[in-house]
Design a protein. Structure first.
Length: 702
C-alpha cells in the first residue's frame, strides 16, 4: 500500500503496510510508476548477525519490531507493561493531498494516527490515543522520524545565546548520534529545533539538501543518527519532563508538526519551502510598516512630552508605527516590579495612554505597545494577591530570573485574569501592534497536579493568543523572547513578526539574520537600525552598515531620534525611503544567500519571483588576506535575461571613501550583464573597509 505525494521538485512515497507509515522515498521527484516499485528497489539484504526482519524506519520506529535505534514511542502503563508497542495498519484516507493513516496495537490498547501532506514543505503530525477502557498510559516521548539517504553525509544545526542567536555549525554525519535538547520552556536561543542534512560540502546553490523543523514553542529534542547498519535518520519531538504527560483512558496527545523540505540544488532553495509555508498565511501579504521602538531611546523614563517629540520626529522620517516599550504600567519603573499589573500607571501617564495614542494617530502612524503576560514580579499587586498563580513547585524556594517568575497560564483563574486585562487594554485603546515578550526560562515549574507544567503552559499560551486574535483580529502581535528565544513556525501561526535578537549590532546581525533566513522569510524578521554605538556590544558602526543590514527584514528603528544630527536624520530618512521603494520585492521575493566569497565577505539578497529584479547586500565582516575581493557570482537568475546593475547609494554609506585609487568600472556608471555571465564570471566587487556593506540593484533590460 503506497501513496505518492508530489510537489514541485519533491516526491514523498509513503508505505502504509508497515503499520505506522514508513517514508520509502523523500527527495527528487519521481514518476508514479517508479514510486510503485520503490519498496522492491529499496529492500535491503539481511546481514549475518542481525535479526531475521529488517525493522523499517517508520514515522514511529519500534523496538518491539527489532528497530536497533531509539524508538519513536516511549511510554508504559503504571505496572511497567506495554512498554514496547508494535502497531498494525487499520485504515487510511487520502483526500485533497492529505494522507491520514491509523495503526493500532491491540495488545497495548494504543492507536497512532499519522497525517501527512506536501505543499511547499512536507507536513507530518502524529496523534496517540489511549484506547484502554480503564488504565492510564504514561507517555514519555512520541517523536516523528524521517529517514535520510546514504548521501546525506553532513549536518548543519544551529546554536546561540542571548544576543547571538542562530549561529550555524556543521558536523560530519557518518556515524553515531547527535542530539540537541531544550528545557527552557520556549523555543530557545541555544538549541533551535531545525536541522539540515546534505551531501558533503553542500552549499547555498549546490548539493542535495534535506531539512526538518519542529514547529513548537516549548521543550524539544532533535536527534540525527547513523545506525550501525548504515541507515540514517532524523527524529524530532517535544521533550517531556519526568511524568509530565499521562493519558487517561480515551485521552490523546497530538505531536507538534514537523515541516520537512528537500532541494536538489542547495540550501537556499531548501529554505524557500519553509518560507512558502509561512507565506501561505494571508496575514503576511500586506506591506509591513516601518516602526520605531522606544526602548533604546527612553528605557523606563516615560516622559510624555519626550514621547510626543519622538513621535513627531518618527513621522517626519517616514516611520509608520510607534511602539511604546516597557515601563507604561503598574509600578514598573525598573525591571524589578510591576509585571502582572497590566493597567496604565497614573504615575507616568496621569491622563492615561489616550493622549499619546491620539497624538501618534494624528501623525498618521499606528500605535503599538509592549507586554509580557507570561511573567509576574514577586513585587507586584498580582503576585501579592495570588502567589499560587506562579509556575513554581510548592515546598521549594522558587528560582528567579530577571527578578520575575513564570505565571501559570494553565491555571484557569490566572488565564482568565490575563485574558481579561489584555482584552481590556486592546478594547479601550486604539492599539494596532503588541510586542509580546517572554524574558526568562522555565525552572522547576509544576502545574496544578504537581507534574511538570511546561507542556500545559505552552498550550495555554497558544489558546491565549488564539482568543486575543479572535477578539481583536486586526491587532498584530510580535513574538519576542529576550530577542530570538521563540522563533518557530507554530508561534508564527499566531503572531505576525518575530524579534530576531535583542542585539542591533550590525556585525552580529549579519550572521543572526542569515541563520534565521534559512527557515523564516524576511517580512516576519524584525530588523532594526540602532544607534552608532550598540547597546549590547558597545561596538560602533557606520550608518550605512547598520542600515543595509536592517533593510532585509521587517524594518524598524531603535534609536533616540531626538539626539541625532541633521546628517543622521537625512540618512535615516533616505534609508527608510529606499526600504519602502523595495519593500514589495523584499517581502514577496525569494530570499537568496551566496556562499562566502572568502573568509570575511558575505552576500545575500532577494530575487523577484519572476527574476525581473533583485536587491543584493554584500558585507565585509573583517579584514581579509586578499587586498582585493573576488567577484560575486549570482546564480539562479532568468537564463535568457540581461540585467542592468547599479549600486544603490545611501548617505554616509561605506565604500564612498575607497582604499584603492581605482574601483571597478561599474561602481559609478553601472553595467549591463547577461544572467549567464553573472552566474559564471560574476561581478567584481570594490575594495571595502571592514564592517561595511554595499547594496546592489539588478533589473532586467530584456
Amino acid at each position: 500500500m503506497l501513496v505518492h505525494l508530489a510537489d514541485g521538485h519533491t516526491s514523498v512515497v509513503v508505505d502504509l503496510s508497515t503499520g505506522v507509515p514508513t517514508i520509502r522515498h523523500w527527495g527528487t521527484r519521481i514518476t508514479d510508476s517508479d514510486a510503485d516499485q520503490i519498496v522492491f528497489a529499496t529492500t535491503r539484504a539481511i546481514a549475518n548477525g542481525t535479526l531475521d526482519d529488517d525493522a523499517p524506519i517508520s514515522l514511529v520506529p519500534e523496538h518491539g519490531s527489532g528497530f536497533p535505534g531509539r524508538p519513536g514511542l516511549a511510554g508504559h502503563r503504571r505496572r511497567g507493561t506495554d512498554w514496547a508497542s508494535r502497531f498494525t495498519y487499520r485504515d487510511h484516507t487520502f483526500v485533497d493531498g492529505v494522507l491520514t493513516s491509523t495503526a493500532v496495537d491491540i495488545v497495548a490498547a494504543l492507536e497512532v494516527t499519522a497525517t501527512l501532506s506536501l505543499r511547499h514543505a512536507l507536513s507530518i503530525r502524529l496523534r496517540i490515543t489511549n484506547a484502554s477502557p480503564s488504565e492510564r498510559y504514561l507517555l514519555d516521548r512520541l517523536d516523528i522520524t524521517l529517514p535520510l539517504p546514504a548521501q546525506a553525509a553532513e549536518l548543519m544545526q544551529f546554536t546561540g545565546r542571548w544576543t547571538r542567536e542562530l549561529h550555524p555549525y556543521r558536523t560530519v554525519f557518518d556515524r553515531g548520534a547527535r542530539i540537541a535538547e531544550n528545557r527552557t520552556g520556549r523555543t530557545s536561543h541555544e538549541n533551535i529545533p531545525l536541522v539540515f542534512a546534505g551531501t558533503t560540502s553542500f552549499g547555498e546553490w549546490s548539493g542535495e539538501v534535506w531539512g526538518a523543523h519542529l514547529a513548537w514553542s516549548g521543550n524539544h529534542h532533535v536527534l540525527a543518527e547513523v545506525l550501525p547498519d548504515g541507515r540514517r535518520l532524523l527524529q524530532l519531538g517535544e521533550l517531556f519532563h519526568a511524568g509530565e504527560l499521562s493519558l487517561a483512558p480515551g485521552d490523546r496527545y497530538d505531536t507538534p508538526e514537523v515541516l520537512a523540505v528537500h532541494s536538489p540544488a542547495g540550501l537556499t532553495e531548501a529554505s524557500w519551502g519553509f518560507h512558502r509555508s509561512v507565506r501561505a498565511d494571508e496575514r503576511f501579504t500586506s506591506p509591513r510598516p516601518v516602526l520605531l521602538n522606544t526602548w533604546e531611546a527612553v528605557y523606563f523614563d516615560h516622559d510624555n512630552e519626550r514621547l510626543r517629540q519622538l513621535a513627531d520626529a518618527a513621522a517626519a522620517l517616514g516611520i509608520e508605527r510607534f511602539v511604546l516599550d516597557d515601563g507604561w504600567f503598574g509600578s514598573r519603573r525598573d525591571d524589578t516590579t510591576g509585571l502582572g499589573d497590566w493597567w496604565v500607571s497614573p504615575d507616568v501617564h496621569p491622563n492615561g495612554l489616550a493622549p499619546l495614542i491620539d497624538h501618534v494617530r494624528g501623525l498618521g502612524m499606528d500605535f503599538g505597545i509592549w507586554v509580557e503576560p507570561e511573567m509576574v514580579n514577586p513585587d507586584s499587586d498580582l503576585f501579592r494577591a495570588h502567589p499560587d498563580w506562579a509556575l513554581t513547585t510548592p515546598g521549594y524556594e522558587p528560582v528567579l530570573g530577571r527578578h520575575q517568575l513564570v505565571l501559570n497560564l494553565a491555571h484557569p483563574d490566572a488565564y482568565a485574569h490575563i485574558l481579561g486585562a489584555l482584552d481590556a487594554l486592546l478594547s479601550d485603546h486604539d492599539i494596532a501592534f503588541v510586542k509580546w515578550d517572554m524574558n526568562r526560562a522555565h525552572a522547576h515549574g509544576s502545574g496544578a497536579r504537581g507534574a511538570a507544567g511546561t507542556h500545559e503552559q505552552t498550550l495555554a499560551l497558544y489558546r491565549l493568543l488564539d482568543e486575543l486574535h479572535a477578539r481583536h483580529p486586526d491587532v498584530e502581535i510580535e513574538s519576542c523572547s529576550s530577542g530570538g528565544g521563540r522563533i518557530d513556525h507554530e508561534i508564527l501561526r499566531r503572531t505576525d513578526r518575530v524579534w530576531t535578537s535583542d542585539c542591533n549590532d550590525a556585525l552580529e546581525r549579519q550572521t543572526i539574520q542569515r541563520g534565521a533566513s534559512t527557515f523564516i522569510p524576511p517580512e516576519v524578521m524584525g530588523a532594526h537600525i540602532g544607534p552608532t554605538r550598540s547597546h549590547t556590544t558597545g561596538r560602533q558602526h557606520s550608518f550605512g552598515f547598520r542600515a543595509i543590514t536592517a533593510l532585509f527584514g521587517h524594518l524598524g528603528v531603535e534609536w533616540d531620534l531626538l539626539s541625532m544630527t541633521d546628517r543622521e536624520r537625512s540618512s535615516l530618512a533616505a534609508a527608510i525611503s529606499i526600504h519602502k521603494r523595495f519593500r514589495t520585492l523584499l517581502h514577496t521575493g525569494d530570499a537568496v544567500r551566496f556562499d562566502p566569497l572568502d573568509e570575511t565577505t558575505v552576500a545575500h539578497g532577494v530575487y523577484a519571483p519572476d527574476r525581473s529584479e533583485a536587491v543584493i547586500s554584500v558585507a565585509c565582516m573583517a579584514t581579509a588576506m586578499s587586498l582585493v575581493p573576488a567577484a560575486l557570482r549570482l546564480p539562479g537568475l532568468r537564463a535568457d535575461a540581461r540585467y542592468r546593475i547599479e549600486r544603490i547609494s545611501l548617505a554616509a554609506a561605506p565604500g564612498r571613501d575607497p582604499r584603492s585609487k581605482l574601483q571597478p568600472g561599474w561602481w559609478t556608471e553601472g553595467i549591463e550583464m547577461s544572467a549567464e555571465m553573472l552566474a559564471t564570471v560574476g561581478l567584481q566587487l570594490p575594495v571595502m573597509n571592514p564592517e561595511s556593506a554595499l547594496l546592489i540593484h539588478l533589473a532586467t533590460t530584456i
